[in-house]
Design a protein around this ligand. Structure first.
Ligand code: NAD
Length: 417
């Protein structure tokens, strides 16, 4: 295997492991490896200067045997069909693992949102939404935010879908602002879930989380609030990073102050007063207790896995560790809490949001957070029990549970015709 395995190679390799654990036949393996629907669309954009640029957009529905497809929309220059396929597959196992009635999907536009004006971003979002409209809807496929998109993107998507329908359809996307049918607690849900997953792992290992040192790669929607929640719970967050690089302070950073700094217009954490500058590569190799990769796929690979000194890797990002790296980390006794478990808080609360939208009846933030905690702790227990019983990694156990439930749904429904 190459040192830079693609996300799709990683996802298919992980599926192989789960299929082996479950003893599934070749036909079922092929069924689970193949997306049900893949759509590529042209997204023409009129730039503010009057010129026209045609972007590529994607939406992949990997599986809907357990319910409508669900998954985020990514705006990133490197997004392509294979990446979206991998991310959609991970969504299928994640939803099945945490027991919510969805299949997996993912979408994206190959564009760097940082290079677009707000008006251009709105036009890209609305055109992309109208291009994929034939296959999305509250009972078909429900998008959400991912890298490079946010609650404003979701508000524009919901508005575009509703304008075409002629009435308001809040349940078509999740991760919306609370003012237009979003859920309390959705904004911080993935990050809160990362914290619950980390604490479950530490508790099981008999380690007190108070005073535990943390490094977070990717100070975005997931990483930013994960750093803050971990800090607020008593951990010492010593390093965080973004696209430009990282900041380090052995005595601890103040994530809230860093978030405020970004909110007030800074485009990076680099250069924040009272911190030393480090690279993203250096951050991954810091001598900390907990490492939270919360940016992109494949950042821990064969070339650097041996240098990871953390005791726990808690995957806020999807697919940050390649299968080659998994082997090295396991050999070095680094406990990896896998993406489909560690970052499942986002889709869990997306599910709560969708349920609230369909019922037009909204819950308090405490209710949302309590349900999230119960769901994640139960998923962690199931995964760690299987891992112990079978002598396998948390990742293989998590994937085995998820894949097994999807295979079961296929068997129960039967094959049409
Ligand atoms: P985001 O766009 O809000 O943040 C991404 C962060 O990563 C930013 O700080 C960005 O500067 C940084 N980054 C970009 N390129 C980088 C690079 N090469 N090196 C280091 N940092 C880099 O995205 P997000 O929603 O926080 O998503 C982050 C990860 O979490 C993704 O893997 C995503 O699929 C996953 N995830 C997100 C959610 C969610 O609810 N948003 C849920 C589950 C999983």
């Amino acid at each position: 295997m190459s040192a830079r395995m693609s996300a799709l190679d990683s996802a298919l390799h992980q599926l192989d492991q789960a299929v082996e654990q479950l003893g599934l036949d070749e036909g079922m393996h092929e069924m689970l490896a193949t997306p049900r629907r893949s759509m590529e669309v042209a997204v023409p954009l009129r730039r503010d200067d009057g010129t026209l640029k045609v972007l590529k957009g994607y939406r992949v529905q990997h599986n809907f045997s357990r319910g409508p497809a669900k998954g985020g929309i990514r705006f990133h220059p490197d997004t392509d069909m294979d990446e979206v396929r991998a991310l959609a597959m991970w969504m299928t196992w994640k939803c099945a693992l945490i027991g919510i009635p969805y299949g997996g999907a993912k979408g994206g536009v190959a564009v760097d949102p940082r290079l677009l004006s707000r008006n251009e971003l709105e036009r890209v979002t609305r055109r992309y939404a109208s291009e994929i409209m034939p296959i999305i809807g509250p009972e078909k496929d429900i998008p959400a935010p991912d890298v490079g998109t946010d609650e404003q993107t979701m508000a524009w998507m919901m508005d575009t879908f509703s304008a075409h329908k002629g009435y308001t359809v809040t349940g078509v996307v999740t991760g919306k602002p609370v003012s237009v049918g979003g859920s309390e607690g959705r904004g911080g849900a993935t990050s809160r879930g990362v914290m619950y997953a980390a604490f479950s792992a530490l508790r099981e290992a008999g380690v007190d989380h108070r005073g535990a040192t943390v490094a977070v790669q990717g100070f975005g929607k997931v990483g930013g609030l994960a750093a803050q929640f971990l800090h607020d719970a008593g951990c010492l967050v010593v390093a965080v990073s973004d696209w430009k690089g990282g900041v380090y302070n052995a005595r601890g950073l103040n994530p809230a102050a860093l978030l405020k700094h970004l909110k007030s217009g800074a485009d990076t954490v680099v250069g924040f007063p009272g911190t030393d500058t480090i690279t993203n590569a250096e951050l991954l190799e810091l001598d900390v207790d907990i490492l939270v990769p919360a940016a992109l796929e494949g950042v821990i690979h064969e070339g650097n896995a041996d240098k990871v000194k953390a005791f726990f890797v808690v995957e806020g990002a999807n697919g940050p560790t390649t299968p080659d790296a998994d082997k090295v980390l396991e050999g070095n006794n680094v406990l990896v809490v896998p993406d489909v478990l560690a970052n499942s808080g986002g889709v869990a609360v997306s599910y709560f949001e969708w349920v609230q939208d369909l019922q037009a009846y909204f819950w308090s933030e405490d209710e949302v957070n309590d349900r999230l905690k119960a769901l994640m702790e139960s998923a962690y227990d199931q995964v760690s029990t299987m891992a112990r019983e079978r002598g396998i990694s948390l990742r293989t156990a998590a994937q085995t549970i998820g894949v097994g439930r999807v295979a079961q749904a296929h068997r129960t429904r039967g094959l049409y015709p």
